[in-house]
Design a protein around this ligand. Structure first.
Ligand code: ZN
Length: 200
């Protein structure tokens, strides 16, 4: 990237680090951004800085929160007996948008994937087990809302074993979601069906 002003090159390098964006597209975005009103460019930088400064993982469920506890965990109106376990914060958002679930969540931060080297200890599984096995825990039902693929199946079987001796029912959200489908791209009605038809 010779002869390109370093400010443009640096922006292109950052865009290039995003998933699904190659070096050509990264440069195109950098050049496009440079043509924008100065205020727009500054705002772009400011909102990115806020992402670094203003959010942390909720200490209870592990989703993104402004402050130590997220809005869902703070909401006393939500059903505390039901816990929906998801891989990512995006999956949580998709389920929230379906309006089909009024319990609480636990975000694992990914799924077990031996091929990619993602083992249970790299996920928020011990926090989940602690949360559920606490004698004071109000949780009676656990809904595993994972993508219906190999990682989702592996993670579900692993968690089933961990919950074996606990007084909770465990169900898996599956029906309505075709094998290999991604929760993230499913529409609200499909998600709602999958939650309402969950299988133990
Ligand atoms: Zn939370």
């Amino acid at each position: 990237m010779k002869k390109i002003p370093s400010a443009l090159r640096d922006v292109a390098t950052e865009f290039d680090s995003l998933p699904g964006i190659g070096p050509r597209a990264a440069l195109r975005y950098a050049y496009w951004l440079a043509t924008q009103p100065r205020d727009h460019i500054r705002r772009f930088g400011e909102v990115l800085a806020r992402l670094a400064n203003d959010i942390t993982l909720c200490g209870i469920c592990g989703t993104w929160a402004e402050g130590t506890t997220c809005e869902i965990c703070r909401d006393s109106q939500r059903d505390q007996t039901r816990l929906c376990v998801v891989a990512t914060s995006q999956d949580l958002r998709v389920i929230e948008e379906s309006d089909a679930f009024r319990g609480r969540y636990h975000v694992l931060g990914g799924l077990i994937d031996p091929i990619e080297g993602r083992t249970p200890d790299m996920l928020r599984i011990s926090q989940l087990v602690t949360r559920v096995s606490n004698p004071e825990s109000p949780i009676k039902e656990i809904i595993l809302a994972f993508d219906p693929d190999v990682s989702g199946d592996t993670t579900a079987s692993y968690l089933l074993k961990r919950f074996e001796n606990l007084p909770v029912t465990v169900s898996r959200l599956a029906r309505g979601l075709p094998t290999g489908a991604q929760l993230e791209y499913a529409d609200g009605n499909t998600i709602a069906d999958a939650i309402n038809n969950r299988r133990s």
